[in-house]
Design a protein around this ligand. Sequence first.
Ligand code: ADP
Length: 297
Amino acid sequence: MTRSLGGAELATSIRNDASVAAAALAEIGVRPKLAVVQATDDESTAWYVRSIASAAKRTGILCDIVDLGAVASTEQIRSTLVELGHDPDVHGIILQTPLPDGTDLDALREAINPAKDVDGANPVSLGRLVARLPAFAPATAQAVIALLDHHGISPHGRTAAVVGRSTVVGSPVAHLLVQRNATVTVCHRHTTDLAAGTRDADILVVAVGIPGLITADHVADGAVVIDVGTTATADGQLLGDVDVAAVDGRAGALTPVPGGVGPVTTALLLNHTVDAAATQYAQTRSDSLLAGARSSA
Ligand code: ADP
């Protein structure tokens, strides 16, 4: 029997914590606010962004969707991100992908104020994460670790394989697993024998975006499989990277898609936004106290 590692219960508990913290901030006049910048007419992206906005609202967090349209230029998006970075009422910024063809995504990630980078997209955040310094981890990568913790699965001393090496999911997950004392193999599109890289892993994390890529051959008996992939089909289904029927009975545990990593990711984005608001409030207070002390000295 393959155990299902659902994310709903954990997501609810993270959202509840965020909501308590947001209410405490509201008492002192701080209303946490998240801005989501999007530039696409892709309906599944718009649906995802609306789901973040409604979860934010339920948690006591303001959420602005800044829709720049499907033909926005790199410069338009960049100047919007810089403006939001300076806006004292905005505490968290997410740059939603996909962006229009030809957009310079690397330059845009660098334009996100690191203090507000609640999805760990700026290379500064990733660098700090790798250097084990405080930073917002990409929410999806952190959700993988949070799900393992929630279900009592420790990476310590285990072997793990990560399929996918993107800077938002695969690479940060691999680093987080190493930080939790796992021995990690990273596979990607140039891996010639994928099954050889994955079939001995105690923990297998898949973040590729190819439905059904992972079959029984890729999975060790009893392995814990975390499916991060989400591919939306034309008929409105959401498919993971794992062939569920093929690995059923072989994997010891598997996250469902939808309902696994996804809801935890959204909850963590909200949690990060509340943390960012608290940190920015404390910084503003200490700046004004210092300025007051200097002017009266
Ligand atoms: P995400 O944002 O979900 O991480 P990306 O499209 O940015 O998705 O990255 C997909 C990752 O999947 C890349 O690191 C790529 O190397 C990896 N990948 C793509 N195809 C394969 C494959 N057939 N086998 C293993 N890894 C693959």
